[in-house]
Write a protein that binds this ligand. Structure first.
Ligand code: S3P
Length: 170
């Protein structure tokens, strides 16, 4: 059984690359956020608003374990915060081949500046503070992301180039 998990900060391209990989490798694609939304019948933003971030992280860990135990080939894209909480990174490495899609702050800023509203963690960060916020947040998370088995740099690369790099690794 082959299970691959794509890891990285918001805007690093996890879902896009996971979709391409799922196509090229003819494996099912699952986005952990979408899985949570389907199971909870609520959007991620609604879950944050209604239950708060701590409860969201608890739900996220439970759902990750559920997905990890699915007896199927699967390409999973996780949330930007998933690897950071509880035993999630351990679970990811135990059940999946993990690939960190590493993007730098300028790349992430460029992608996130226009779509802040849909992302509860940055929706209220002022535009002029966004780059600094991303920098600090990414720094805090890097130690977890780097526990992935493989790292692929995504800056200035096309989606096709990134997915080809991923396929070469696995
Ligand atoms: C989060 C990233 C989001 C989503 C939630 C929290 C984070 O997923 O899980 O808003 O903590 O970085 P994406 O990275 O898929 O946007």
């Amino acid at each position: 059984m082959t299970k691959i998990a794509l890891i990285g900060y918001m805007g690093s391209g996890k879902s896009t690359i996971a979709r391409i990989l799922s196509d090229k490798l003819t494996m099912d694609f699952l986005d952990l956020d979408e899985f949570i939304e389907r199971e909870m019948k609520m959007s991620i933003t609604e879950i944050f608003d209604r239950y708060g971030v701590i409860k969201f992280r608890k739900i996220e860990s439970e759902m990750l374990l559920k997905v990890a135990r699915i007896q199927d080939d699967i390409i999973l894209s996780v949330g930007g915060g998933t690897p950071v909480y509880g035993d999630n990174m351990k679970i990811l490495n135990q059940y999946f081949t993990t690939i960190y899609l590493r993007a730098n702050v300028p790349t992430l800023y460029k992608r996130l500046a226009n779509e802040k509203e849909h992302r509860p963690l940055i929706a209220r960060v002022a535009d002029q503070d966004l780059a600094e916020f991303i920098g600090k947040h990414l720094f805090e998370r890097t130690a977890y992301y780097e526990q992935s088995q493989f790292i692929v740099d995504v800056n200035a690369k096309s989606a096709v180039e990134i997915s080809t790099a991923c396929i070469e690794l696995i």
